[in-house]
Design a protein around this ligand. Structure first.
Ligand code: FAD
Ligand code: SF4
Length: 498
């Protein structure tokens, strides 16, 4: 006893204080610091600020006398106020900046990371074993499945295939307004939520912090109990259709069959192993098709784990990558989440959703918001920062690889083999946005030109020299030669105002 253990705001589940898993002693006093400077530095979505503070304060209320909860301006001040120079332990934080900070303090001892399936040492073993080969996500995923015995029959993947992605690209059901599955779990607010909201109101009134977006009622779990209820609801009612419609988007059904568990996982309220195991159990009992169970297990144990380790492996300067030399600033209508500023139905709709909830599923992030930023040549660091602030589940470790690597191709292909972007044809196939839109997805020049179709060709043209050497892009780049109206298109994009 005596040594305090510090819990960051994304270390809120029981696995962060478990002595059997390398955590602090059962009687160790705990410390939490609510640092206002974090909010002051950038304009966050209000729903995100509300969720994080609510989750921290709920956790402190659960821990009762065992925790000292300090409200301070900075972490440094909070630590000084709570324990002075006395020794403190903390589990490995989740950003390069926070890790550098805790390592710079002689009184702080850093314990191994929690909240992920694969340890840093395990990942190193895998990555080093590959020599100079590309760290392919698919190879990593298969290795995780074997090593952690997930969806395996002996040494073979359950059902005979590792990846059922081909079964998971169905367009939305034609003519349907929604997928027809029970909605996701929604929490009931407590007095703590009201207190947090009153604090946010006061801080904005005083001009101390500035927010964007709407908050309330809270849409995402703030406690372990709520997060477990959300997991239950997902695996019991929503998982069966997760696989088939994973990439589909319907204007009238924002959540489709997605889990909405990212914020709970990233706050540390859920452990990824329990999520994957629950999905596997549902498949083994015959209640869920394999493409759904495998699809979900791949998101959690393939993508989420991979992104976490890539963040550390590629180092603190990875976030500055800008292989395509993109330097345009993000326009104010975009950062202000103003849906009426654009006539592009898909974009307007998704911006409205981000404003209202701080969340969209993967495809709107990648193929609408991210794709637009890439096509317009916006600065990848600023795009990362925008995503980080505007999404309830955004943290440095998860945003940097997803935005810099996956969505903006700013690392020149270290994470993905080709840029993720498309013209309106893909959006038309996978969503129901195009029908009512004032633009036409097949038109690239003139009044009806779809900004994504025109933007796609414009991007290929700008980076032709680089992309034509990428075997996965050669064919697309050759398509430029068949465009009789390319000059007109380039001029139109140069003059674009929205
Ligand atoms: P589901 O579709 O139900 O998937 C299940 C879980 O898999 C998610 O909860 C999440 O924990 C995990 N997952 C799936 N894909 C990824 C991925 N690429 N990276 C990390 N975890 C993944 N996810 C975040 O958690 N935080 C972010 O800040 C974030 N930013 C993103 C930015 C961009 C540009 C893109 C393209 C993706 C981003 N993602 C981020 C990944 C993914 O879009 C979200 O995890 C997912 O949409 C969250 O909704 P869900 O919980 O319903 O996910
Ligand atoms: Fe979006 Fe283009 Fe379709 Fe309009 S036509 S909804 S801008 S993809």
């Amino acid at each position: 006893p005596g040594t305090h253990h510090w819990l960051f705001g994304d270390q809120l589940g029981p696995h962060f204080i478990d002595p059997a898993r390398g955590g602090p002693r059962r009687d160790a006093p705990l410390l939490m610091i609510e640092a206002r400077s974090v909010l002051r530095r950038r304009r966050f979505h209000r729903a995100k600020a509300h969720l994080i503070l609510s989750a921290m304060r709920h956790r402190a209320a659960e821990l009762g006398d065992r925790v000292r909860y300090v409200k301070a301006d900075t972490y440094r001040e909070g630590l000084r106020e709570a324990v002075g120079d006395a020794p403190v332990t903390v589990h490995h934080p989740t950003s390069h900046a926070a890790l550098a900070f805790v390592r710079s303090l002689p009184s702080v001892r850093v314990l191994p990371a929690r909240g992920f399936l694969v340890t840093h040492d395990e990942f190193k073993l895998w990555a080093d074993g590959r020599g100079s080969k590309h760290l392919r996500q698919e190879d990593f995923y298969r290795w995780v499945r074997q090593r952690h015995d997930l969806l395996m029959d002996g040494d073979q993947p359950a059902g005979g295939r590792w990846n059922l992605d081909h079964d998971n690209r169905r367009p939305p059901p034609r003519g349907a307004a929604d997928l027809g599955v029970p909605g996701p779990y929604r929490p009931r607010e407590s007095e703590i939520d009201d207190e947090v909201r009153a604090d946010l109101d006061r801080w904005s009134r005083d001009g101390d912090v500035e927010f964007v977006g709407e908050d309330g009622p809270r849409g995402f779990p703030a406690t372990r109990r709520e997060a477990l209820a959300a997991l239950d609801r997902f695996v019991e009612h929503r998982l069966p259709t997760f696989g088939a419609y994973e990439d589909a988007v319907l204007a009238g059904d924002a959540t489709m069959s997605h889990s909405l568990l990212s914020s709970s996982l990233n706050l540390g309220l859920l452990d990824p192993a329990e999520c994957a195991e629950r999905a596997e159990a549902r498949w083994r009992s015959g209640d869920v098709p394999l493409n759904s169970a495998e699809g979900f297990v791949r998101q959690i144990t393939g993508w989420r784990e991979y992104v976490w380790h890539v963040y550390w492996r590629f180092g603190a300067r990875y976030r500055e990558s800008n292989a395509l030399g993109h330097h345009e600033p993000l326009p104010a209508w975009f950062t202000d989440l103003s849906p009426d500023a654009t006539d592009a139905n898909c974009l307007s709709h998704v911006l409205r959703q981000v404003g209202a909830t701080g969340w969209t599923h993967h495809i709107p992030r990648l193929m609408i918001l991210g794709s637009l930023a890439l096509q317009r040549g916006w600065e990848p660091g600023a795009v990362t920062d925008w995503f980080h602030r505007s999404f309830v589940d955004g943290y440095d470790w998860v945003m940097v690889p997803n935005v810099v690597g996956m969505s903006q191709y700013a690392d020149g292909g270290r994470m993905t083999t080709k840029p993720y972007t498309s013209g309106g044809a893909y959006i038309n196939r996978m969503t129901d946005f195009c029908g009512p839109c004032r633009y036409k997805p097949t038109v690239r020049v003139g009044e009806d030109a779809c900004p994504f179709t025109a933007g796609y060709w414009n991007l290929l043209h700008r980076h032709r020299g680089r992309f034509e050497h990428n075997p996965r892009m050669t064919q697309a780049v050759r398509g430029l030669d068949r465009l009789a109206d390319l000059e007109e298109l380039l001029e139109q994009e140069r003059d674009r105002k929205d």
